[in-house]
Design a protein around this ligand. Structure first.
Ligand SMILES: Nc1ncnc2c1ncn2[C@@H]1O[C@H](COP(=O)(O)OP(=O)(O)OP(=O)(O)O)[C@@H](O)[C@H]1O
Length: 234
């Protein structure tokens, strides 16, 4: 699970995350929405230890380690663009990553992970330089699976993916949540958020301006709520 309490971050004296409380349970997908500059990436940066918070606390998977250490132990991060070793094949990328984790997987184990993530078999032994964005996202999911991550953090994971790739990526994320992972996904894609997430929160000026359970809202209602909040602030 993810437990963020009273998180705050300032840049040059300006508060960009403001006493934020946000909880994501194991097995739950939470979409973090909000306009440009709302503080989504900064929140994720604090969560993963890339950014040092000015206040508050973050707990990942019940660990009492500081966020950067807890993230190494328990979290997988899928950014908008997945960086792979371009001259290694998909199988070699996964093998390299798993060796960094101290694991020595067999070829068959790696191929089973790639198969579960839906990477086409013809790509397994091709250099990653030729991979599409959707294929890279699948390798990212394989890394999360290989790690047995209890926390999955996604930043704009489906931007630039075609609808079919988005749907298949969403199914993978849901299967990780079904296995118990807590998933936090920052996105501008209200439609995908409504389809995939169990709950969502809207960040404005570093504060949660709204939070909804998505079973109770369709995509149109979510969009209306989103726009209403922005209109009230302007
Ligand atoms: N390293 C930094 N130095 C100074 N200001 C920063 C830094 N990183 C982010 N900011 C500012 O903090 C605010 C929040 O930015 P952040 O990237 O977290 O927003 P976001 O919600 O992820 O936006 P987007 O949807 O555009 O990615 C913005 O005003 C941004 O300019």
């Amino acid at each position: 699970m993810i437990r963020i309490e009273q998180l705050s971050k300032r840049y040059d004296g300006r508060t960009v995350v403001d006493a934020l409380d946000l909880h994501v349970h194991g097995g739950e997908i939470y979409a973090l929405l909000g306009p440009n500059g709302a503080g989504k990436s900064t929140t994720i940066g604090c969560l993963l230890g890339f950014v040092e918070a000015d206040g508050g606390s973050i707990r990942l998977a019940g660990s009492s380690l500081p966020p950067a250490r807890a993230a190494v132990e328990h979290a997988a991060y899928i950014a908008e663009n997945i960086a792979l070793y371009e001259r290694l094949t998909g199988v070699e990328n996964v093998e390299f990553f798993m060796r960094l984790l101290g694991k020595r997987p067999s070829r068959a184990q790696i191929e089973a992970l790639l198969e579960r993530a839906g990477l086409p078999e013809h790509a397994w032994h091709r250099m990653a330089s030729g991979y599409s964005k959707g294929m890279r996202q699948k390798v990212g999911i394989v890394m999360a699976l290989a790690k047995g991550a209890q926390v999955l953090v996604l930043d704009e994971p489906t931007s630039g993916l075609d609808p079919e790739a988005s749907v298949s990526f969403g199914e993978l994320v849901r299967s990780l949540a079904k296995d118990g992972a807590a998933v936090l996904m920052a996105t501008h894609d209200l439609f995908r958020a409504q389809e995939l997430a169990d709950r969502c929160g809207m960040l404005v000026g570093g504060r949660l301006a709204g939070e909804w359970r998505l079973g109770e809202l369709n995509a149109g209602e979510l969009e209306r709520n989103y726009l209403d909040i922005l209109a009230r602030r302007n």
